[in-house]
Design a protein around this ligand. Structure first.
Ligand code: SF4
Length: 315
């Protein structure tokens, strides 16, 4: 590879970084939210709720936005899903709740459920109130390995049932994928940390910078906790098993995303992304925003076979 191609793109100033990674889905204004909520048919046996993996009562929280009861709306969301904020930003709603909206059967735009959910969640986090926890402890202690979305959800559910919960993570910040792995223009670490603080406020303990299996043997957890939950979903990316993949300048997409999200934004002038999934799109679009002059995605099959969602591809 010629040296000019390998040389890094110039570093961005803080302002330029903020501009290039500005949110791609701006929030609703209060007026827009009420108008959009008024379109909902508040379906009985709502297909959007059925399509939501956490079964948030969608018509209920939308109706509460419509009537101005934002506190009730946020409670409806958080009762079903403590990660209601991150889900409103990163869920692939076109194939979940919005994809199930009955409006589509009438060739109308589906209700913008994710933006309404975000509206309710932003209202909650602008002035959060304490969420209910169990009134009595049951004396059982649970260890969750990993402090990402899986363990955070597990911990919140268990605290509501009166369990003592401790989350372990090798990273210095909690949140896992939400903090380190989601494209910056969709969800920022500071917003991810709001969610982890909400989980902490339920009485969940965090032990960060502590890797289980090295610094802390798993046997020690077995001695100290009744149950261990393993929530380590963010594993290494798939190696290519080709010569050169360990050379300087070759990096897995999740590390690349984590680096630029934590202030270590460096990218070459020419970037080749291997793979056709959503993470590949995140890496390619980030490389372009970071200043790469040429970015290409290399995928072994055709455009139609790419596993990335269509809107990601369009992005
Ligand atoms: Fe509202 Fe659509 Fe859900 Fe019906 S399916 S309740 S219209 S969001």
């Amino acid at each position: 590879m010629p040296e000019a191609t390998k040389s890094p793109a110039p570093a961005l100033t803080e302002e330029e970084f903020a501009r290039r990674f500005a949110e791609i889905n701006p929030p609703f204004t209060p007026q827009e939210a009420v108008v959009e909520a008024s379109r909902c048919l508040f379906c009985f046996d709502a297909p959007c709720t059925i399509a939501c993996p956490t079964h948030i009562d969608v018509p209920r929280f939308i109706k509460k936005i419509f009537s101005g009861n934002l506190r009730g709306s946020a409670s409806t969301i958080l009762d079903a899903n403590i990660l209601g904020l991150s889900c409103s930003r990163v869920c692939p709603v076109d194939v979940l709740c919005q994809g199930g909206c009955v409006m589509l059967r009438y060739n109308k735009q589906p209700i913008q459920i994710s933006r309404l959910q975000r509206f309710a969640m932003d209202a909650f986090y602008s002035r959060p109130w304490p969420l209910p926890v169990a009134t009595s402890e049951n004396g059982k202690q649970i260890a969750c390995i990993g402090a990402g979305p899986s363990s955070l959800s597990c911990a919140a559910e268990l605290r509501r049932l009166g369990y003592g919960v401790t989350l372990f993570d090798r990273q210095s910040m909690p949140g896992g994928l939400n903090t380190y792995g989601v494209a910056e223009y969709k969800f920022r670490p500071k917003d991810s940390l709001k969610e982890t603080e909400l989980v902490r406020s339920l009485g969940v303990q965090f032990r960060l910078g502590e890797e289980i299996g090295t610094a802390t043997p798993v046997e020690r957890l077995e001695e100290q906790f009744h149950t261990i939950y393993i929530g380590i979903n963010l594993g290494p990316t798939q190696p290519l098993y080709i010569p050169g993949e360990n050379l300087e300048g070759v990096i897995d997409a999740l590390s690349f995303i984590a680096h630029y999200k934590t202030g270590h934004a460096a990218v070459g002038r020419t970037v080749l992304v291997v793979g056709g999934g959503n993470t590949a799109i995140d890496a390619a679009t980030a490389a372009k925003r970071l200043g790469a002059e040429r970015v290409a995605i290399l995928y072994r099959r055709g455009e139609q076979e790419m596993p990335a969602f269509r809107y990601e591809f369009e992005l």
